[in-house]
Write a protein that binds this ligand. Structure first.
Ligand SMILES: NC(=O)c1ccc[n+]([C@@H]2O[C@H](COP(=O)([O-])OP(=O)(O)OC[C@H]3O[C@@H](n4cnc5c(N)ncnc54)[C@H](OP(=O)(O)O)[C@@H]3O)[C@@H](O)[C@H]2O)c1
Length: 330
């Protein structure tokens, strides 16, 4: 596993991280809870030490189960948790009602609750889940800085922030991490956010590299998701976008055959090979998923194939030229 340092404390994290949202059990379709839990020790076996969760996933359940599944390893790995979405169960409603709250007061309460659920004395990476329009960014980041000084967290991050919001937050105190959605299906961060983070020397964690499963190649246009699976409501799975998205899936199959790897491994590798990406956060529902996804680092992707996956055209570089970034990291 390739490792990278993160933040001034020198925390080392694996370039592939496990996304633990499914441990919360909500809105992700059928999940075998036992298999999903076993993905955690399987990750350790494959050298993964970055585990990403949030207090809102299953209203705390994901944090609790992650801590149980890690056992004594919880103090030795890099857990990243997020706050700022408050979930509330409303009688008669099937899904929790979510409101944004990044006020200083809630930062203090949320960090204590996550520490308790995770059974930690300090959270290695603590991330604002989404910006809260009702709270000044400076208030949130100053409160996080206070938590860091008090030793309750080690690295500060923001997620789903625009480039200007990242810049504003970074002026309050240096951000260690920015988390963004990034995959062959969602490349919005390429224009502003990735270059900005490179300029400001902020590590980027890219979530959803498999396009919520679409890029694994196992879902066709006729697939019907269950009502408890949000993918039935996500735009990339909509019928009218399928033809375009399937061209990408087709290219993943085509190039994957050459390297004898799966579309999933190639989709993850494509994200990791962007020079602005430090690590990916991949969701997994079983040890088998983890094993396959960890294989994304087991080969070198030629530059021309990297461009072909992105654009359907061969890039300017010669096919034997290797994509540069991954090979320069130990
Ligand atoms: N910061 C944020 O706002 C934010 C937002 C969303 C997610 N996240 C984090 O990012 C993580 C990853 O995002 P995501 O789970 O939405 O998307 P993803 O990583 O693109 O897709 C994960 C899903 O793909 C399928 N899958 C994974 N590996 C596979 C394999 N090798 N073969 C076949 N299928 C495979 C599984 O679902 P199926 O088997 O059911 O297809 C899995 O749940 C989440 O767990 C969460 O921790 C953060």
């Amino acid at each position: 596993m390739q490792m990278i340092p993160l933040g001034p404390s020198g925390l080392m994290v694996s370039r592939i991280g496990l996304g633990c949202e499914v441990l919360g059990g909500a809105d992700w379709g059928p999940v075998d809870a036992d298999l999903a839990l076993r993905a955690v020790p399987a990750s350790l076996e494959h050298g993964i030490n970055l585990f990403e969760t949030a207090d809102v996933y299953g209203l705390g359940r994901s944090e609790e189960l992650l801590s149980i599944a890690l056992g004594s390893y919880r103090n030795r790995v890099a857990i990243a948790s997020k706050f700022g979405l408050r979930g509330e169960l409303i009688p008669g409603e099937t899904r929790a009602r979510i409101t944004r709250d990044c006020s200083a007061r809630w930062v203090m309460a949320a960090v204590e609750q996550s520490l308790r659920r995770l059974k930690l004395e300090s959270i290695p990476i603590y991330i604002v889940h989404w910006p809260d329009p009702a709270t000044p960014i400076a208030e949130t980041i100053a409160a996080l800085d206070g938590c860091r000084r008090a030793g309750k967290i080690r690295c500060i991050g923001v997620s789903n922030f625009s480039a200007s919001e990242i810049r504003e937050a970074h002026q309050v105190t240096a951000l260690d991490v920015v988390e963004v959605p990034y995959s062959l299906l969602d490349r919005r961060c390429e224009t502003e956010i990735l270059p900005l983070c490179q300029e400001l020397n902020i590590r980027v964690l890219a979530y959803g590299p498999l396009g919520q499963g679409l890029l694994t190649g196992k879902y066709g246009p006729a697939h019907q998701f269950e009502s408890n699976d949000r993918r039935g409501r996500l735009p990339q799975f909509r019928g009218d976008l399928f033809p375009e998205n399937f061209q990408i899936v087709h290219r993943l199959h085509e190039i994957g055959l050459q390297y004898e790897i799966s579309p999933s491994q190639l989709a993850i590798r494509w994200v990791l090979d962007h020079p602005g990406v430090s690590a990916v956060i991949v969701g997994a529902k079983s040890p088998g998923h983890v094993k396959e996804n960890a294989g994304a680092l087991g080969f070198t992707l030629a530059s021309s194939d990297y461009h072909y996956l992105a654009n359907g055209q061969r890039g300017p570089a010669a096919s034997e030229q290797q994509s540069s970034y991954a090979s320069s990291i130990t």
